[in-house]
Write a protein that binds this ligand. Structure first.
Ligand SMILES: Nc1nc2c(ncn2[C@@H]2O[C@H](COP(=O)(O)OP(=O)(O)OP(=O)(O)O)[C@@H](O)[C@H]2O)c(=O)[nH]1
Ligand SMILES: [Ca+2]
Length: 491
């Protein structure tokens, strides 16, 4: 018995006070850790939404973006959740049917109402940006272009969203926002990495935008952005009338200059024959006085090299008032770095299976493709829209010529062009960059971030708690017993 009592006295774990203290400390540690976990656990995500309408020259698309409500200023948080293509042509085609311009957007806007939670509607911004089709209409008839914008404005205001305006964006903005979109989606701003250039080919205009180490000689092509604490000196240019639809019109007009009503066109397949008319427009001035619309028989001869000669004629490579130019007297520094090429650059190169070929291979493939008879092409691709199908020979040749002879890409840096449609869930295009800018979601300075991520914080809390607990035990083992003995002696 005496031995047992001595054992109990020697072994402190048999004493109820010690047991109680140990249990309390353990509970304290557990509570501390649990509180750290609960307090810092990411809250259940609540999303915010934004809508951007891309009123292009060929058609309008409605994009819905979402981002976690608590992380508005964090990078890479905004993603596209839905896209809707408006049926029919672009809003500029409603110039003679103005009241229907707004109504044309109905189906896609109804979809947006369904996709976004009702309680978020009143705070969801809606932006409409119109591009080259409306720029051309404004040049042709400013009053009519204003009326078209008013029609879409009145229509969009009937929705429960937060309407933020409908306007024609400049070519410079279109280029810059496209560049912001691709670099935001690739996470290049956050990591302060080198950025990627952006190449956008629309129906009526085309944009080239990239960061250049060389001086940008012309002020109108130079933009400075401060994003997340870094400065970016960006070169950008938008060529109005050099989208693929207007470029085709320019090429047809050049070939029709001789005044004949038969056009034998190397950019269309052998066996292709259509009656067409070419209306004069701001891009294609009247070729002959009092001749506002020319009718002609369009016959294909299918020869890619001759087609390239035709295409080259729509560019002016001789006049350059700067140190170096792309074409039409426009300054351009040499292209540098990687490029993302989207919109029609992607549609066309993807269809022609040229997205991973060298420049030389692409030219050879174009020779073969253009010389294929039209009947065979139609048979091979029965489900492709005939308008697109008929134009791929021209469009492919135009893209190769624009990139090589226009922007001065070479066989060496051809591989630096990536033909892309989407990055992650989001389409490459100007709309996301436009919304990020207007909602101030890309701050000039990098936002302060907690020094540790949530997981790291919790891990350190647990480790330190255990460490303190172990220290306590050790301290007790080393210093605890003499104190107890001393007490005993006093009693
Ligand atoms: N082959 C093919 N062409 C397409 C497709 N969608 C659009 N296009 C054509 O590609 C060209 C460019 O389309 P977009 O990028 O939508 O042009 P846009 O925005 O209407 O025109 P801009 O106002 O100049 O930017 C137009 O000629 C369209 O008709 C597609 O899915 N396949
Ligand atoms: Ca476009």
């Amino acid at each position: 018995m005496a031995e047992q009592r001595e054992m109990k006295e020697k072994n402190p774990w048999h004493r109820p006070v010690i047991i109680c203290i140990t249990v309390f400390i353990a509970m304290g540690v557990i509570t501390l850790v649990a509180m750290a976990v609960v307090q810092n656990k990411p809250l259940h995500q609540k999303y915010k939404y934004g809508i951007v309408l891309d009123a292009g020259s060929s058609h309008t698309s409605v994009y819905i973006y979402e981002w976690p409500a608590e992380k508005e200023n964090n990078t890479g948080m905004v993603r596209q959740t839905h896209a809707c293509n408006v049926k029919g042509k672009g809003i500029s085609s409603y110039a003679w049917n103005i009241s229907y311009a707004g109504m044309s957007l109905r189906e896609c806007m109804e979809e947006a109402k369904e996709k976004i939670p009702v309680w978020r509607h009143p705070e969801t911004p809606v932006y409409l940006g119109a591009t080259a089709g409306m720029r051309l209409l404004r040049m042709f008839n400013a009053a009519v272009s204003d009326q078209v914008l008013s029609s879409v404005e009145r229509f969009l205001q009937t929705y429960p969203f937060l309407y933020q305006g409908a306007r024609i964006i400049s070519g410079q903005e279109e280029g810059a926002y496209g560049w912001i979109t691709v670099n935001y989606l690739n996470g290049n701003f956050r990591k302060a990495l080198t950025t990627m250039g952006a190449l956008d080919l629309g129906g009526a205009s085309t944009q080239i935008t990239f960061v250049s180490k060389q001086e940008v000689e012309s002020e109108e092509n130079s933009m400075l952005f401060r994003l997340y604490g870094n400065d970016y000196h960006v070169y950008t240019h938008s060529f109005l009338c050099y989208g693929k639809d207007q470029a085709l019109k320019l090429a047809l007009a050049k070939q029709l200059q001789t005044g004949e009503s038969q056009l034998r066109d190397p950019c269309f397949h052998p066996g292709y024959i259509e009656q067409k008319s070419l209306a004069s427009s701001p891009c294609v001035p009247e070729t002959r006085p009092h001749d506002s619309e020319r009718t002609f028989t369009h016959t294909g001869t299918g020869n890619a090299s001759l087609c390239q000669e035709v295409v080259k004629r729509i560019f002016n490579f001789t006049h350059c008032p700067w140190g170096r130019c792309s074409f039409n007297g426009v300054f351009q520094p040499p292209v540098e770095g990687q490029f993302g090429a989207f919109s029609a650059f992607y549609f066309v190169m993807n269809f022609l299976n040229l997205t991973s070929d060298s420049l030389e291979q692409s030219k050879l493939k174009m020779d073969h493709y253009c010389s294929t008879p039209w009947a065979e092409i139609k048979q091979r691709y029965p489900s492709v829209k005939q308008k697109y199908l008929a134009e791929y020979c021209f469009s492919g040749t135009y893209i190769l010529t624009l990139l090589e002879n226009g922007y001065n890409f070479t066989s060496e840096n051809w591989k630096d062009i990536q033909f892309i449609k989407k990055i992650g869930d989001s389409d490459a295009g100007w709309t996301l960059g436009y919304m990020l800018n207007l909602t101030n979601m890309i701050p000039a300075e990098a936002p302060d971030e907690p020094p540790l991520p949530h997981g790291g914080y919790v891990a350190i809390m647990v480790l330190f708690s255990l460490f303190i607990f172990i220290l306590f035990l050790l301290a007790y083992k080393l210093f605890g017993r003499p104190v107890c003995n001393a007490n005993k002696q006093i009693i």
